[in-house]
Every structure is written in C-alpha cells, then in structure tokens.
Write a protein that binds this ligand. Structure first.
Ligand code: KG4
Ligand code: ZN
Length: 334
C-alpha cells in the first residue's frame, strides 16, 4: 500500500509548530518553536504578541521541517491544520499558511480540532484500541470522552468552570511560581506533604469536574496566612492541591472505565505530563487490568506531531475542507 504523508501545522497558542507524519503512526520530522520565554515576562500568553511571532516564524518553521525530513511539498499527500479552538489571531496564521500550501501545491486541506490532536498524540505511541476512554486535561479543557471508533467523540463529562491546567496556573501565580506554572506546581508537589485541608472538588456521581472551588480555597488560604503573618509552606500546599486534583480525576476516570466496560484509557493534553497523575493512573490501571497510554512527554503540550497523527485519520475518513475554512476560537469536538 502506498504511504501517506501529512504535513501538519499547529499555531493555536504560543507554539509555532510543523510536523510531517507517515501513515498516522510515524513522525518523520517535527519542529516546535516555543514563545514561552517571551510570554514569561508578562506572566502569561499575550495573544497579540503571540500572533505577531507566529507571522514572523511560520515560513521558517515550515521550511525547517521539510529540510529536516529531507522532503519536498510534492511528496506530501495532504496539509492538516489546527483550525480551533484557541487564540483566534494565532490560529489564523497557521490556517493561512496551510491554505496557501494547499492551494499552491494542489493538496487536500484537513481541518483538525486541537483536542483531537491532543487525543491522537497517543497514536504516536501505539495504535488506539476501540472502544476507549480519553481523559483530556489541558489548559483549556477537562473532559472524559468515550470513543467507539476513530473520530467518534462522545463527551461523558466535562468541567463546569475552570480547566484543570488553568487551575494549576492560577495556583502557581498565588504561590509566586514563575510562568508556566503547571509543571512547577507538579515539581513542588513532590517535595512536600499533604498537610493542608482542601475541599475535594465536585466529589459526586457525575462525570463532571469543577476546579474553581479548590482554586479559591488555595487563594483564600494563601491570603489568610499572609494576613496572619504566618509563613506559607508552598511545597505542602502544592502537594495538598495536587492530591485533591489527582484524586478526583482518577476516581471519575476509573468509574467511567468500569461503567462503559472499556479496558483502554488514553490521557491527553498538557496536564498529561503531570507526574502525580501519571503515577496514580499507572497504579490504578495496573490494579484493574486497564491498558493505559500516555502521549510521549514532549508531545503532551502543544505541537504539530499530534496534529499530523490526528490529520492522518481525518484524511482517511475523507474529512477535507475547502479554502473557505475559517479559524474558530471555540468549537465542539466532533
Ligand atoms: O495542552 P496545553 O499545552 O495547552 C492547551 O491546549 O490548553 O496545556 C497547557 C497546560 C497549562 O495549563 C500548563 O500549566 C499545564 O498544561 N501543564 C501541567 C504540567 N505540564 C503542563 N499541569 C500540571 N502538571 C504538569 N506537569
Ligand atoms: Zn493544547
């Protein structure tokens, strides 16, 4: 069978990334240009600054990826691109580049939902066995998704307020850790003890999540200790916060696997890099004989390798767009 090569572009937030994927599974070359240092001085991503840097870099990143792969555009079968959700100004740059390549080189244009990308990052590790459950944990999403086949996304639960990564970033700010906060809270959580009494968020029978109450409890605790002149034990607070988060995420995920009679769990999104979550899920899945897949560490956060994998399966299903395709800041995963 002829091999299929997808050139994929991701620019939904502060990473300009291009990747070439072969047959869904094999990553030929990937370039990720992160703007993290630029945004760190502002304490978070500044959308206008992000889109300006995407404009400056996108052409170079495409060329570098093709050079790294030792390929030309003629050898590419289709161009995949993240059309949303994300920062609209950032998305537009990647989309315009993808449309231009598709138009000039007469290639099909494949629209990829950013979260489908995070999910299919797991296909770079091993083939996804359906039915499966995907736990999506990123800066903008916290969802449990049932997949009975490729590109069939049944949402069985989601966050009612903050996404888990967002809660991590806010907690990091309150305890004065530099941007990006999530990985730093995770690191600190491994140095402390679970001494602070914090509420377990939305500990009920649903598959929904809520992190704003837990986040507010951390903020209030930090302010109260400051007002009383007490020194905050940041490591212990990070441990206590992380334990509550991991507890609720794993509890609801394990229950979903049982109720839906599924024995393959995949984890997706930036928070899939979280050590506490990885350790606890590994332990529970071993206990229950559940097959567990995490994306490669470097492809937990935003990158085009995952868009290439998701783009391949979309292409095989004929999910092709025309040149009127537009970016969407928000869009349902479907
Ligand atoms: O998936 P992603 O790169 O962007 C979105 O699509 O939202 O996820 C970024 C989020 C940030 O909130 C970041 O703090 C969080 O993932 N994150 C982590 C860890 N690494 C990244 N959160 C907790 N523990 C980590 N190790
Ligand atoms: Zn993402």
């Amino acid at each position: 069978m002829k091999d299929t090569y997808i050139l994929a572009i991701e620019s939904s937030c502060d990473e300009t990334s291009v990747s070439i994927n072969k047959n869904g599974r094999e990553e030929i070359a990937t370039v990720v240009l992160t703007q993290m240092d630029i945004h760190a001085q502002f304490g978070g991503v500044v959308p206008e600054v992000a889109s300006r840097h995407h404009i400056e870099n996108i052409t170079m990143v495409i060329e570098e990826c093709l050079t790294k792969a030792n390929m030309t555009m003629e050898e590419i079968d289709a161009v995949a691109v993240t059309y949303g959700p994300g920062l609209i100004g950032s998305l537009l740059i990647g989309l315009q580049a993808a449309k231009t390549l598709a138009y000039i080189y007469h290639k099909p244009l494949i629209p990829v939902h950013h979260i489908a990308g995070h999910i299919y990052a797991n296909a770079l590790v091993e083939s996804m066995k359906f039915p499966l459950i995907a736990l999506v944990v990123s800066g903008g999403h916290t969802e449990l998704i049932y997949m009975k086949e490729d590109y069939s996304f049944e949402k069985i639960g989601g966050t009612l307020d903050d996404a888990v990564g967002e809660a991590y970033d806010k907690v990091a700010r309150v305890i004065e850790l530099p941007y990006p906060g999530g990985p730093r809270v995770d690191q600190l959580a491994h140095e402390g003890e679970d001494t602070y009494h914090l509420p377990i968020p939305l500990d009920d029978e649903s598959y929904d999540f809520s992190f704003s109450g837990l986040k507010s409890a951390v903020i209030n605790l930090a302010h109260n200790e400051k007002q009383r002149g007490n020194e905050l034990n940041k490591a212990n607070l990070a441990t206590s916060f992380q334990n509550r988060v991991v507890e609720v995420l794993t509890k609801k995920t394990m229950r979903a696997l049982e109720e839906y009679n599924v024995d393959h769990l995949i984890v997706a999104g930036g928070v899939a890099a979280n050590k506490g979550l990885r350790e606890k899920l590994t332990e529970l899945c071993e206990e229950k004989n559940i097959h567990l897949t995490f994306p490669p560490m470097k492809y937990c956060t935003d990158n085009a390798a995952m868009i290439g994998a998701a783009g391949y399966y979309a292409y095989k299903l004929g999910r092709v767009a025309d040149l009127t395709l537009n970016s969407k800041a928000n869009d349902k995963l479907q």
